[in-house]
Design a protein around this ligand. Structure first.
Ligand code: AHR
Length: 487
């Protein structure tokens, strides 16, 4: 039996809704086909943007969307993607599959997508191969209402009012695909670029500096020391591989029970990573003014057999649902420092919430985890202590139960996962005198997935039985994620 003790008197503050954010890059079939099909497509769309995908994103309350990359961001020149489509410049997407990018999805289309979904845009600007002027004018184009030539161009392109884009990334992976810079050099480059990220009217940009890859604590140290006072956010990227190298990352669907535990154990290292980077940030920023923005996270496997290796298309199983639950619970626990996160990537790329094939669309197990966790958005974090056994295998042992809790308007939400691949787990939730309790559970054998062929709806949350007698008791099946609502 595992015991989850809630202490409503202790809280780290608000769980910012942007922790439940997403990321969509010009990569493979994420933007084109996945999100944007063009106005003349037989697939239902509004101004070229797929209606089914927008509706699915709205349903889980996607709060923020990062775009246009990723590595693509540092080769993207935003002026190529505005104005009449027939005049837009064509380029080769050298990072991802060498395909032609016709720039038919640009700034107006992205901000239209965000408007349709009802989420905040997060634009990642080009530092690696772009100029300060180019970035400054992008901010001006999006946010200014002044009568400048840059703004007049926006008017000419059909948009009178400024959009007021708040979140701006200054370079992506500047230590790698974004320019192979050293932290000392990038810190100065960052200071220079952010200077020209101007405030227009009420629209003060929230400036996000490129942060570390995984355990590169030196990067965080140097950035905080040299540029901490010029930033609002610092990013962090961490991907979960099942295999031991980038050459052999493992299959998304064909894996063993040891592979399952290995993947979950690696995902759970997010705890150590956030604690480590937070400790460094806290030395320079004890008030926690600078947010940690985990703007790329998720599983990364070998591509599905027969698909373009540059498109990063992978299936999604219950194993991925568990990775998502573990990670989101960790973010909730660190809500005093982590104020935004963006899973990679929304549609058809890496750990997607949505997969498409032509006009068909399916929702992955990961999608349902975001749905279950939705009430945490902008709720008050509630201290949640878990006493549980360990599970897993020699070398890959981990806590069998992962949980976090929040409260909004007197309603408590506990999200909890049973990581064991084969054993159910009895749970007792204590610390509250709940009069009512309900549970929704997402479960399946570890390989269970939704697919286009025979089972598009195999994995879905279902209501489960909960017992109340002061405490709340329920039994979670193996490999399960649940939301328990208490009031
Ligand atoms: O998400 C795929 C890629 O992973 C991104 O383009 C890059 O930032 C990271 O290396």
């Amino acid at each position: 039996m595992a015991v989850i003790t809630l202490n409503p008197k202790r809280s780290k503050g608000t769980i910012h809704k942007h922790i439940y954010g997403h990321f969509s890059e010009h990569l493979g079939r994420c933007i084109y086909q996945g999100i944007y099909v063009g106005e003349n497509s037989p697939i239902p769309n509004i101004r070229g943007i797929r209606t089914d995908v927008v509706e699915a994103m709205k349903k889980i309350g996607v709060p923020v969307l990062r775009w246009p990359g990723g590595c693509f961001a540092d080769e993207y020149h935003w002026k190529d993607g505005i104005g009449p489509k027939e005049n837009r410049k064509r380029m080769v997407n050298t990072n991802w599959g060498g395909v032609v990018e016709d720039n038919s999805f640009g700034t107006h289309e992205f901000l239209d997508l965000c408007g349709q979904v009802g989420c905040d845009p997060y634009i990642n600007a080009n530092v690696g191969s772009g100029t300060v002027q180019e970035m400054a004018e992008w901010v001006e184009y999006a946010n200014s209402d002044g009568d400048s030539s840059v703004v007049q161009e926006r008017w000419k392109n059909g948009r009178k009012e400024a959009w007021g884009v708040r979140f701006w990334g200054v370079g992506n992976e500047s230590w790698g695909c974004g320019g192979n810079m050293r932290p000392e050099y990038y810190a100065d480059v960052y200071r220079r670029y952010q200077t020209y990220c101007r405030t227009y009217g009420e629209n003060r940009p929230f400036r996000i500096a490129c942060g570390a890859s995984e355990f590169d604590y030196r990067w965080t140290e140097v950035l905080m020391r040299e540029a901490g006072r010029y930033m609002d956010g610092l990013s962090l990227h961490y991907y979960t591989l099942c295999g031991d190298s980038w050459q052999e990352k493992g299959s998304s669907t064909e894996f063993t029970v040891p592979d399952y535990y290995k993947t979950l154990k690696k995902a759970s290292r997010m705890e150590e990573l956030i604690s480590g980077h937070d400790a460094i940030m806290t030395r320079y920023d004890p008030e926690k003014r600078v947010g940690l923005i985990v703007d790329e996270w998720g599983t990364w496997y070998d591509v599905e057999p027969g698909t373009n290796p540059g498109f990063l298309y992978q299936q999604n199983t219950m194993r991925d649902a568990l990775v998502a639950a573990i990670t989101l619970n960790i973010f909730n626990h660190h809500c005093d420092r982590v104020i935004m996160a963006n899973i990679a990537q929304t549609v058809n790329v890496l750990q997607s919430i949505i997969l498409t094939e032509g006009e068909k669309m399916i929702l992955t197990p990961t999608y349902h985890v975001f749905d279950l966790f939705q009430p945490h958005q902008d709720a008050k974090e509630v201290d949640c202590f878990v006493q549980a056994e360990q599970t897993g295998l020699e070398g890959w042992l981990l806590e069998q139960v992962s949980a976090s809790a929040s409260e909004k308007e007197g309603i408590y939400t506990v999200t909890v996962a049973n990581l064991d691949a084969e054993q159910p787990e009895a749970l007792r939730i204590t610390g509250l005198q709940a009069k009512q309790a309900q549970a929704l559970v997402l479960t399946g054998e570890i390989h269970e997935k939704n697919d286009f062929e025979c089972s598009p709806l195999a994995v879905q949350p279902l209501a489960a039985k909960v017992e109340e007698n002061g405490d709340v008791a329920l039994t979670l099946p193996p490999c399960a994620v649940a939301r328990v609502t208490l009031s």
